[in-house]
Design a binder for this molecule. Structure first.
Ligand SMILES: [Zn+2]
Length: 223
């Protein structure tokens, strides 16, 4: 372990002692989002695009608050919790996908943010989610692939655009692809926090399929 990482760990340990985490919903100690609060969150029922599966309804106030805290208030541990939840809730969908992988791992891709945003925020929330999602599974099922898809240019946040056509146009051509040779014949799960029209995930699905991916699906925390 390098010194910087070690120092970070110590700082986080002390912060945890001084300010123990509390459930965002009910304030119970040493929980991030407790099972009881999670069981009360409204599940996503609205129709999503084909091949995109969402867990919770974004109109639910607790889920909205949790995603906000994760993205804008450095509450990275919420990203970890979401990664675990995605795995627990979507284990059947993962099993289905596993049947067509011919024994190879499923590649997991966090929706990338631009370098500028990454520097500003200090982390990509979907990367934290995807990493924990992979760690929740038994070995050799899921493999994090953070370097295949990257964001070439900054865009206006999709949530700020209310017209569907403009949303699709907003993400068209913004993602680039690397390591194309490892994509052919593989299966993929794309991880995102919120989907609205599915434009972002669909754009990545399109790129991966064009490069020869066998099957690509998207998992999101909220819709
Ligand atoms: Zn709670």
């Amino acid at each position: 372990m390098n010194l910087g990482l070690f120092t970070n760990k110590i700082i986080n340990f002390i912060l945890d002692l001084l300010f123990p985490t509390k459930c965002l919903g009910c304030n119970i100690k040493n929980q991030v989002l407790c099972d009881n609060c999670i069981s009360k969150i409204k599940l996503a029922e609205r129709e999503t695009e084909r091949d995109i599966i969402a867990l919770f309804d974004y109109r639910d106030l607790l889920i909205k608050k949790a995603i906000w805290e994760l993205k804008y208030h450095k509450k990275r541990y919420l990203g970890k919790r979401f990664g675990q939840l995605l795995y627990e809730y979507l284990i059947e969908e993962i099993s289905d996908l596993k049947t067509i992988t011919t024994g190879r791992t499923i590649f997991v891709i966090p929706v990338p943010i631009s370098n500028i945003k990454n520097k500003k925020r200090g982390y990509n929330q979907t990367y934290i989610m995807a990493k924990e999602f992979c760690n929740s599974a038994p070995l050799n099922i899921l493999e994090l692939q953070n370097k295949i898809i990257f964001k070439k240019i900054e865009t206006i946040p999709q949530a700020k655009i209310h017209n569907r056509q403009r949303r699709l146009k907003n993400v068209h051509g913004v993602f680039g692809i690397k390591n194309e040779k490892i994509i052919k014949g593989r299966t993929f799960i794309i991880i995102d926090d919120v989907t609205t029209t599915g434009g972002t995930i669909n754009e990545i699905i399109k790129i991966l399929k064009k490069a020869g991916a066998k099957k690509v699906i998207g998992f999101t925390v909220a819709h």
